[in-house]
Design a protein around this ligand. Sequence first.
Ligand code: KIV
Ligand code: ZN
Length: 497
Amino acid sequence: MDKKIHIFDTTLRDGEQVPGCQLNTIEKIEIARQLEKLGVDIIEAGFPISSPGDFNSVVEISKTVEKPVVCALTRAVDKDIEVAADSLKFAKRKRIHTGIGTSEFHIKNKLNSNREDILKRAVAAVKLSRKFVDDVEFYAEDAGRTENEYLARVIEAVIKAGATVVNIPDTTGYCLPAEYGEKIAYLLNNVPNIDKAVISTHCHNDLGMATANTLAGVINGARQVEVTMNGIGERAGNTSLEEVVMAMKSHHSLDYETGIDTRQIIRTSKLVSTLMRMPVQPNKAIVGRNAFAHSSGIHQDGVLKNRQNYEIIDPAEVGVKESAIVLTARSGRAALKHRLQIIGYDFDSDELEDVYNRFLDLADRKKDISDEDLEILAGREKKGKPPIELVSLQVMCGKSTIPTATVQVSFKGDVFTETASGNGPIDASFTAVKNLVKRRVRLEEFLIQAITRGSDDLGKVHVQIEHKGDNYYGFSAHTDIVTASVEAFLDALGKIS
Ligand code: KIV
Ligand code: ZN
C-alpha cells in the first residue's frame, strides 16, 4: 500500500469555526502561505456559501498558493456547490468537498429524511460537483456513529458518481481508536470500488482521542488525514496536525511519509495562535511552551547527560532552538552549573554550593529564575561576602502606622541591632543602619529599578553615598524591595575603609 499520507489542513475552515477565532482575509492569506511552507497537501480554505467574507477568502487564497490543492466546503445543496466552484476559479489545483449526514441521528433529527433519500442527495451532490472540478471529496457527516453497512453503500455510490476522496468524519468525537480503525478497515474490505478513491480521516477530540483515532484510521488504510494546527476546531477541537505528523515521524514502525517540513511546525503554530487569538495550552504536545522544558532536578540532570533520556523528539526537528532547562526550586546543581556556564561563570564546587544555596532561597520566593537573576547571584559570589551583612530586617508600615524598622547586621563576627522610625519603610531602615554604623554619610542617589516581569520579580537597587567628600556605590537585588535597599546601602557602607 502507498506510504504517502496526504495532509489536509482545515485550520481555515473547521478551525476557524471556533467562536472568537474568526480571521479576516489578509490573516487567512498569511496562514495559507505558511501552510504552504509547512508542506500541507490540501488547504481547506473555507465554506464559501456561508458569507461573502468566506467566499472572498477562498478566492484570494486560490490566487495566492501554488502547490497545495485549495478546497472549498459545501453541503449537498446545488447553490452551495455552484458558489464553491465560483470561489475556486483562480485555484491552480482545486477540490470541492461536499457531503451530508449519514447517521440515524442526522438523517432523522437533523435532515428529517430517510436513508434512500440521503443516498440520492449524496450522489447528486457529487455528480454536480464533478461538473465543475475533477477532484471531489465526499464527507459522510457523523460517519463515526453511522452503521457500517449503510455507510459502505453510501461510499460505494458516491465513488461511482465520481468522488475521488471519501471522508469518514467522527464528527462528534465519539469513536474509540479500535472502533474507528475497524470502520476504515470495513470500508476497505466491503466497498467494491474503494480502490478508485482515497479514504480520509476527520476526527474530533471530544473524548481526547482524535490523534489516536486518526492514526488508527491510517494504520487501517486511510491515506489522507484532516487536521488543524494546534488542534484548533469546534468544541474540543480537531486532530492536531503536529501530533499526527510527529507520531508518524517518531515511530519507525509507522512507515509512512508526509510532505511536511516539520521545522516549520512551531512557526505555524505561533502564527495560528496569534492571529486566531487562541493561546496554546502550555502542556500541549509538540507545540506547548513546556513541550521541551525540563524543570525537575532529576530530569534536568538526565537531559544534560543525554537529551534522549527524557526527550523523544529533538526540539530542532519541529523548529524549537533547544530544550529549555527551566530553573526553579526543584532544579539541581547540574542544571544551575550548566546555565551558569552558558552565561559565562565557571565556579569551583564550594563557590557553586554557595550560589546554589542562594539560588534555592531566591527560587522559593520567585517562580522562574532568569539569566539576569543568575548574573546577580553569580556576580555577588565573585565579589565575595560583603563586610557588613544584613542578618534580619523587620519593618512595620502601612496606612495610619508610623513606619518603623528593626535592623540586625553582622560586622566582623558580631551582631548589632537597632530600631528606628522614618517617613516610610526605607527611610526607617536607613536611619536604623546609620545609627548602627555611626558614620556621617549622606545618601546622594537612590535608584530602584522598575519591576517589569511580574510582581514576583527581583527589585534592583543602586545607591550612592558620600562620606568625607568621597562617593561610594552599593547594589543589591531582592524580591523584597526594602531588603534590597538596605543591602545596597550596607554594600556602599562596607566600601568605606
Ligand atoms: O466534522 C465534520 O463532520 C465536518 C464535515 C463538514 C467534514 O467538519
Ligand atoms: Zn469537522
